[in-house]
Design a protein around this ligand. Sequence first.
Ligand SMILES: NC(=O)c1ccc[n+]([C@@H]2O[C@H](COP(=O)([O-])OP(=O)(O)OC[C@H]3O[C@@H](n4cnc5c(N)ncnc54)[C@H](OP(=O)(O)O)[C@@H]3O)[C@@H](O)[C@H]2O)c1
Length: 256
Amino acid sequence: MNNRPNITVVFAITADGKITDAHGSPGRFGSTADRAHLERQVALADAVLMGAGTLRSEGLAMPVFAPDLIRQRIDRGQPPQPAQIICSASGAIDPSYGFFRQAVPRWLLTTQRGAAHWADRAGTTQTTHSPIDSNTPTDRPAVAPTIPATFDRILTAPQTPAGDLDWAQVLQDLVRSGVTKLAVSGGGNLVGSLLSIGVIDELWLTVCPLLVGGATAPTSMDGVGLPLQQALWLDLVSAEPRGTEVFLHYRRRSTN
Ligand SMILES: NC(=O)c1ccc[n+]([C@@H]2O[C@H](COP(=O)([O-])OP(=O)(O)OC[C@H]3O[C@@H](n4cnc5c(N)ncnc54)[C@H](OP(=O)(O)O)[C@@H]3O)[C@@H](O)[C@H]2O)c1
């Protein structure tokens, strides 16, 4: 697929390859170093894509906190915070989540049905199958307790005949809007969709020293998966043990 953002997926995984337990607990088992690593990846991106399941579990997005990372963004000509894009076919997002009080640009990627949930909420810009204005800097103060629970933008994605989001069109619209670097912070269902269409360019895995097991505990890429013959092969860029964790960086193999 041409004309799409460069896509970097970032996960902390257990030593048995899970991103949380079978109950969908908030998947925050990485160390402080892992959180800082995630923040650095977020800081490099024009936008961050997150599945609604992850938001339902965690209630929050990962903004850029570190002043030096924010300064570097501004020096690169990026807004202080990347847009946080929640992917939800249903649009059923609880407005009480702390996410709606975070000082970040909030976008919703959804279907027509999902957009209807948010249609009459003041402050929400409806964007139907048209380029997204990626240059939506947040000029809100760092603490903004009175922000209403709204999305700054709603992207109503076209759907394929099978009912899936038309990712080719979505990604093309993101590029047209200036999102050339997209970070994906999970979860497994969303990233499984991206894997199925072969659009993962880079993968960061932080292997953490714990085991949870469980056939139904989410992994980094769920959904139907790929047949082994069509696997997306990766090159190992780096493998760095740090404390009790190992930071793995993979890049899509160019001969795929
Ligand atoms: N360890 C880590 O690094 C890490 C990272 C992220 C998440 N997690 C954990 O993983 C769990 C959540 O993962 P998950 O796989 O269950 O959920 P998920 O992928 O975050 O979210 C699934 C939901 O996102 C929407 N969605 C995903 N793909 C879609 C697509 N192709 N088209 C339309 N909508 C789509 C749907 O929302 P609707 O239902 O609204 O339609 C779907 O139900 C949580 O426990 C979280 O804490 C861990």
